[in-house]
Design a protein around this ligand. Structure first.
Ligand code: XMP
Length: 542
């Protein structure tokens, strides 16, 4: 199974649980219209699924080697073959059963998926003369099917080393780029399409139009699936899975754990116990705010662990980011374990892990995803704690979780709160993490957020925070020389937190934040604004 990416059932499945598609377990009944994404190890498989969901079509990700029989049992309206890191001609490259092309179900191959379809059905795939990464101009040679309604040329996002160089007469090429002779293709007799570029990423501006063409005109979907169905389905499945057992849910103060808790609360009410670990790495006044929200919305068991001393001890003298994360993860497990054993009869542990956490931790099963950062809320915990894992949001992106939170009646303030990483301020306090440095950072951060809110920009920005650098610089305050810390401001806009642009905050707002921080926060005499995008930078500094 890939990252258990099924919208109806897998969010409730253990991360290690096999897909119903591969086990023959009963299939979910909700969606009459569904599309399957066959995952060949793409970083973007979930993004494809999400784009399908945006068209109100139920979508699930299945293994690339799913049998035609299993596919039939899903009764999908369409199949999408994802990209992947291999070459189709490489030994051991993932293949699908060739019979899936003759099921009469429309197929769209993306990148590797297109190469595989063409290779299987009569085409030649070769290594491209030059690897092509990034934006390319695409010219339409036949504006039909997928490309119906697109202009003569348009921009696409390419990311490939191989390409289809020749196709048999069974195929009609639909588009080309300067270096890729067959950038889109259609089979003559079978409902099989392929695109070399990535229609699922926002850098292909007409990508959603093409996917819409595929889903509606080619697959015949009418688009009746809703996120509300996901909430109802998830709650029902949580009820079925959990029965009369007890679930422990870690609360962080963020929207992810709140939505996880809300789903569980709706499903099992008083069988839910929540644990909030105050790791001493929370933002200013955060613990009090979380407690107020919690008691306002949930009438269930809450445990607060005061863990500051333990975390700060574990972090003493540590400057290396991954080591910080490891130690925080370890301390978190210890605190959690100690509290969890006090909760009798708990069988499950619920976590608000989202898809970007999974993919960036390299935790997506079968995926090629490289580990970018060790996210302490992915992997490790269940085995350590001896609980079964429940991750109802594992397949969703942040904006989908927010919409789900609103569906579940959570307050707007909480739903729109900027995300905050599990390792907290430790990954924003570069260099050694001490109580004094954390307090400096906390004050600076609070000022930044206050001013962004005052300017009415909080909801328009995806994430804003201050970072304390392990750098001191010379300044002059009054008539005296200072030698104090540098504080960086980070503010980004993003849809899915996998790519992000730095926010063009108005100069006046930046000026106010800077002046206030330098005047009000003892220990900071210089403020910088981070103008790097993700990639190549990440959102957090560590
Ligand atoms: P990066 O820095 O990887 O961040 O571009 C992407 C998003 O993930 C958040 N983040 C984390 N969230 N545990 C979390 O729960 C973590 O270890 C972690 N690291 C980063 C980050 O704040 C941003 O929203």
């Amino acid at each position: 199974m890939t990252a258990a990416a099924k919208l109806s059932s897998a969010p409730l499945a253990d991360s290690a649980a096999p897909a119903s598609a591969t086990t023959g377990a009963p299939l979910p009944s909700i969606a009459s219209e569904r599309v399957l994404v066959l995952d060949f190890g793409s970083q973007y498989a979930q993004l494809i699924a999400r784009r399908v969901r945006e068209n109100n079509v139920y979508c699930e990700i299945v293994r690339h080697d799913i049998s035609p029989e299993q596919i039939r049992r899903h009764a999908p309206r369409g199949l999408i073959l994802s990209g992947g890191p291999k070459s189709v001609y490489e030994p051991g490259a993932p293949k699908c059963d060739p019979a899936i092309f003759s099921l009469g179900i429309p197929v769209l191959g993306i990148c590797y998926g297109m190469q595989l379809a063409c290779d299987t059905l009569g085409g030649k795939v070769d290594s491209a003369p030059a690897r092509e990464y990034g934006r390319a101009r695409c010219w339409v040679t036949s504006a039909q099917g997928l490309l119906a309604g697109v202009p003569e040329h348009f921009d696409v996002w390419m990311s490939h080393g191989d390409q289809v160089t020749r196709v048999s007469d069974e195929f009609v090429p639909l588009a080309r780029t300067g270096t890729c002779p067959i950038a889109a293709v259609k089979h003559n007799a079978l409902p099989v399409y392929g695109v070399q570029f990535h229609p699922e990423v926002t850098h292909t501006p007409l990508g959603s139009h093409m996917l819409h063409n595929f889903l509606t005109a080619i697959c015949g979907c009418s688009g009746t699936w809703k996120l509300g169905d996901f909430a109802r389905e998830t709650i029902d499945r949580l009820k079925d899975k959990i029965g009369s057992d007890r679930v422990i849910c870690g609360l962080s103060g963020g929207v992810d754990s709140a939505v996880t808790a809300a789903l569980l609360y709706r499903a099992i009410g008083p069988q839910l116990s929540c644990i909030l670990v105050d790791n001493g790495l929370l933002r200013k006044d955060e613990q009090a705010a979380v407690l107020a929200e919690f008691t306002g919305h949930f009438k269930t068991d809450l445990h607060v662990v005061q863990g500051e001393a333990r975390f700060l001890d574990a972090l003493a003298g540590i400057v290396e980011p991954q080591e910080k994360r490891r130690r925080i993860g370890h301390a978190f497990i210890e605190c959690f374990k100690e509290e969890a054993v006090k909760i009798k009869g708990a069988k499950y542990l619920a976590q608000g892990t989202l898809y970007p956490d999974v993919i960036e931790s390299g935790a997506a099963v079968d995926g090629p995803a490289a580990t970018i950062k060790l996210h302490h809320n992915v992997g490790g915990l269940p085995a350590e704690l001896g609980f079964d894992l429940v991750e109802p949001l594992r397949d969703l992106f942040k904006d989908e979780v927010r919409r789900l939170g609103l569906e579940l009646g959570l307050p707007e303030d909480l739903v729109w709160r900027h995300p905050f990483p599990g390792p907290g301020l430790a990954v924003r306090c570069l260099g050694e993490v001490t109580k004094t440095r954390l307090n400096v950072l906390r004050e600076a951060d609070a000022i930044m957020i206050e001013e962004i809110k005052a300017a009415g920009l909080y909801r328009q920005t995806s994430q804003a925070f201050a970072v304390l650098l392990p750098v001191q610089s010379v300044g002059v305050m009054g008539d005296a020389r200072t030698y104090e810390n540098v504080c960086a401001l980070r503010c980004v806009n993003t849809d899915d937190f996998m790519t992000a642009d730095w926010t063009h905050l108005p100069y006046e707002v930046l000026a106010t934040i800077s002046t206030r921080i330098i005047n009000e926060v003892k220990g900071v005499n210089r403020v910088c604004y981070d103008i790097s995008s993700k990639p190549p930078a990440t959102i957090e500094w560590e």
